[in-house]
Design a protein around this ligand. Structure first.
Ligand SMILES: Cc1cc2nc3c(=O)[nH]c(=O)nc-3n(C[C@H](O)[C@H](O)[C@H](O)COP(=O)(O)OP(=O)(O)OC[C@H]3O[C@@H](n4cnc5c(N)ncnc54)[C@H](O)[C@@H]3O)c2cc1C
Length: 463
């Protein structure tokens, strides 16, 4: 069974099936992975060089990974400003925050111009505190953004926060208009349709089983080989297992979500009638928004950790955390306590040490490029990823190819089993700390200290 969003998109999708690769193919650029990263890259390549022969292979169907099952919150990198400044300096940090905001608007413009109906609504986002311990958590970064003249957030009166967010659980709120929500499955399937229209050759059900450097590069699959001048790897969480050199660059962690049956009248009554996304200030945030067909979707990251970056069967099953999410939903929205949950699901996020994606040349080769590590925040940033990877594949010298983002992973997690055991230790400490804070009790010092290990997570991360 497919996750809710993807299934909904497939039900409305009359597009041609893309058959698996059979035999040997030659192309200019071979893209591996049919999520937002691979598809934006393909589309941007075709836009800049329409004559280029681009072939994309996808192990399952386009959108089967994170792109067809995420929370649909397209957020900027504003909340990551301190990390960006520490890693890349103030000038590049400012540029990246602005680019991340531009990408959100650009996705909407692109969908409108190309007939992709993905329920794109640029109604902004609210960063809130859902218990007293979170109060003030966003102030410092907003101060820094204001200092640089790039702050899009304004503090709203509490009554307005609670009305916009549809819940009295919120104790403060900062609103930014520079954010959107989408139906993620319809976005990724729309990009696929457009890529096909632009002449990108797509083979679904075609996993890369090996890659051999050279000119051309050989991408091996079970029933054939693609020889390509350049290769772009947009495989997200799967990179860690496919290429041992990245095993410690990301931790694979689930985000889990539930979506209700339609209840538009109730949502209207509590005030949640726009496409706004709402995120509180936990380390593993609660995030939610409504849908235009009157449902409420609520998610939470940081639940299931995968040992050694393995893709666990649970990532393709209903969320084991559904009861917890259901309780949270009822706590935040007592009026929705009786509304049935239509579906729950989860999926793997590729959390990097910095909380930012990274890009580079595989094994230092000048014709194989990769990008992943979006850390649960890729709906908007994958559009930047597409610009970076298209620029690299076209051999351009521009702000994207010169960016510090293109220096590969900027940190490593400890080796297994330390990473796995450490992740669980920190996760459990965060849970105890946040439960205590929700009850208004002081958390244990040890839990507070352990929780700091996850501080790099950043507010807007959902993995
Ligand atoms: C449950 C969940 C909720 C999230 N919520 C949000 C959110 O609300 N907002 C936000 O900004 N971000 C969110 N994210 C993150 C966001 O979805 C991702 O960052 C983004 O979709 C990554 O896109 P991608 O194309 O890089 O990866 P993917 O969409 O995962 O695509 C990678 C593709 O590569 C394919 N593949 C893997 N191995 C091979 C191979 N060997 N050969 C061929 N193909 C292969 C996979 O099948 C997959 O389709 C969430 C992620 C998850 C999992």
């Amino acid at each position: 069974m497919r996750p809710f969003w993807l299934q909904q998109a497939l039900d409305q999708d009359n597009d041609a099936v893309c058959l698996p690769l059979a035999g040997d193919e030659r192309c200019d650029v071979c893209i591996v992975g049919g999520g937002y990263t691979g598809l934006w890259t393909a589309l941007m390549l075709k836009e800049q060089a329409p004559q280029l022969d681009v072939l994309l292979i996808e192990a399952d169907i386009c959108g089967a990974g994170a792109s067809g099952r995420n929370g649909g919150c397209a957020l900027s990198w504003s909340a990551k400003y301190f990390t960006l400044e520490r890693l890349f300096g103030a000038v590049e940090a400012v540029r990246l925050v602005q680019e991340s905001e531009r990408s959100i608007a650009a996705i909407g413009e692109y969908c409108a111009a190309n007939g992709i109906d993905c329920d794109y609504r640029m109604d902004g986002t609210l960063y809130t505190a859902s218990n007293p311990a979170q109060l003030g958590a966003t102030d410092a970064v907003i101060g820094a953004l204001a200092n640089k003249g790039i702050n899009s957030f304004e503090r709203l009166p509490l009554e307005q926060v609670q009305r916009l967010a549809g819940s009295a659980r919120h104790l403060e709120g900062w609103f930014s208009p520079a954010a959107a929500t989408v139906q993620p499955g319809r976005l990724v399937r729309g990009l696929r349709r457009l890529a096909l229209q632009r002449g990108v050759r797509i083979h679904e059900g075609t996993a890369m089983t090996g890659l051999e450097h050279g000119a051309p590069v050989q991408v091996r699959t079970r029933n054939g080989t693609v020889r390509a001048d350049r290769v772009v790897l947009g495989m997200n969480a799967w990179m860690a297992r496919a290429f041992p050199q990245f095993e410690r660059s990301v931790a694979i962690v689930s985000s889990d979500m539930v979506i209700t049956e339609p209840c538009p009248e109730l949502l209207g009554e509590i005030g949640l009638d726009s496409g706004i996304s709402v995120l509180d200030s936990r380390i593993f945030v609660h995030y939610y928004h409504n849908t235009s067909d009157g449902r409420l979707m609520l998610g939470k990251g940081g639940n299931t950790f995968a040992y050694g970056g393995r893709m666990l069967p649970v990532f393709d099953q209903p969320s084991p955390y559904q009861p917890l999410l259901r309780d949270t939903l009822s706590e935040f929205f007592p009026a929705l306590a009786q509304v049935p949950v239509a579906a729950s699901w989860n999926g793997p996020s590729d959390r990097s040490v910095t909380g930012l994606p990274f890009f580079g040349r595989l094994d230092g080769q000048g014709n194989v490029f990769y990008g992943f590590g979006y850390s649960g925040s890729g709906v908007g940033p994958c559009h930047m990823g597409g610009q970076i990877l298209a620029s690299l594949a076209l051999g351009l010298d521009n702000a994207w190819t010169r960016s510090g983002l293109v220096k590969g992973p900027l940190g490593q997690f400890p080796p297994e089993p330390i990473r796995y055991l450490g992740s669980l230790l920190v996760r459990n400490a965060i849970r105890r700390k946040e439960r205590a804070e929700d009850r208004g009790v002081r958390p244990r010092q040890l839990d507070v200290r352990l929780a700091r290990f996850a501080a790099a997570a950043g507010k807007a991360d959902k993995g």
